[in-house]
Design a protein around this ligand. Structure first.
Ligand SMILES: Cc1cc2nc3c(=O)[nH]c(=O)nc-3n(C[C@H](O)[C@H](O)[C@H](O)COP(=O)(O)O)c2cc1C
Length: 349
């Protein structure tokens, strides 16, 4: 069915059936959709709603009306693409082997509605994917924090942490509720952050293990301060910790090292963590083979001197619970240094 103007030739029935209000099957339009003005786009045809194609195949170049196209897929007939269009849209055109070649156009107007900008997986632009982040909205309704409840941890907020961690673990909020995002800063104060696994905590503070020569290892040792956070999404809870950081004793590190699987023990020797590898992964695997030969399964692997634990002694522990309308609860325990007593305070969300 095609007409250069709004006067459609009968029969109108099939066209009526394709009107959006009749929830038609997916419609592919080759070139300007029937009933659309070549320049002004969709026009009502008498009492028939204009077509709303799901796929548009533009021939030669998109017509002006393509601005109004809101479907998911917009292809340009590869066979007919003039070099100027190819350059303008930076199209990667395959050599033309037949009549089936088309390329998909990126959304070329960012003010198009979001649904018009979506593409098959892997083909969206960074901007389109980025704009989807703005659409993500969760209402936080899982709980609330009262000073009267949190005051029981005033003397020792590590007990508060232990309680929250117990609940997160028991409820299996995720496979590794002990995965924390650990921040360090270099000598210029420039921060960096990465995930490490919390491997213990007690009344002194929090313990994790790493390579002392790694970026984080060097920065933590030089700076003496660390911060980390953890977010348990199913509970809508975050805990933030700040404190001093020091090496764990050799004895403690060694004891933990020898509790690890044989492969992980060798891994601590194999990886010169954070160093650039100039010869690809093979270098790593070659070193692993050497060490496997030196320390076969069942033999005792010494702890590398550059590997061990860090202890974060907290000076601030914040308990965060998501609340509706972004008016979250934040209750923080804070002390000026690790020998002082704790103060509890509520912070603005
Ligand atoms: C779930 C998870 C757990 C990790 N656990 C540790 C860990 O316990 N210790 C560690 O050194 N790196 C761990 N890593 C790797 C670090 O994130 C990071 O890549 C590495 O320590 C190097 O960081 P750096 O170069 O900043 O020192 C873990 C990564 C993930 C995603």
């Amino acid at each position: 069915m095609f007409a250069w103007n709004t006067e459609f030739l009968p029969p109108h029935g099939p066209l009526q059936a394709l009107a959006p209000s009749n929830a038609p099957p997916p419609i592919v339009s080759v070139d300007a959709p029937s009933g659309w003005g070549i320049e002004e786009g969709p026009r009502k045809m008498g009492d028939i709603e204009p077509l709303a194609p799901d796929m548009l195949v533009s021939l030669t170049a998109p017509k002006q009306c393509a601005w109004h196209f809101k479907g998911r897929y917009h292809y340009l007939g590869g066979r007919f693409v003039p070099p100027a269009i190819k350059d303008k849209y930076k199209l990667q055109l395959p050599p033309f082997p037949g009549t089936s070649q088309h390329v998909r156009l990126p959304p070329f107007r960012t003010d198009k509605p979001a649904e018009a900008q979506s593409a098959p997986p892997g083909q969206d632009t960074v901007e389109v994917l980025g704009s989807k982040a703005a659409e993500m909205r969760v209402n936080y309704t899982r709980g609330g924090l009262l000073e009267s409840d949190m005051a029981q941890f005033q003397d020792d907020p590590m007990r508060g942490w232990a309680e929250w961690f117990r609940v997160a673990t028991e409820l299996k909020v995720c496979e590794e509720p002990n995965a924390i995002s650990l921040a360090s800063a270099d000598a210029q104060g420039r921060p960096s952050v990465r995930v490490v696994l919390l491997k213990g905590f007690d009344s002194r503070g929090f313990v994790f293990y790493t390579n002392y020569n790694s970026r984080k290892g060097k920065e933590l040792l030089q700076n003496g301060h660390a911060a980390f956070s953890v977010y348990w999404e199913p509970l809508q809870q975050q805990v933030r910790v700040e404190g001093t950081v020091e090496k764990l004793s050799e004895e403690e590190s060694s004891e933990y090292f020898h509790s690890r699987p044989h492969g992980s023990q060798l891994g601590a020797w194999v990886s010169h963590q954070s160093e650039v590898m100039h010869n690809g992964r093979e270098e790593l695997e070659a070193r692993q083979k050497e060490l496997e030969a030196k320390y076969p399964e069942g033999s005792s692997v010494p702890k590398p001197p550059h590997w061990g634990g860090f202890l974060v002694r907290p000076t601030a522990i914040e308990f965060w619970q998501g609340r509706p309308s972004r008016l979250h609860d934040r209750i923080r325990f804070i002390r000026p240094d690790t020998n002082s007593t704790w103060k509890m305070e509520r912070q603005q969300p």
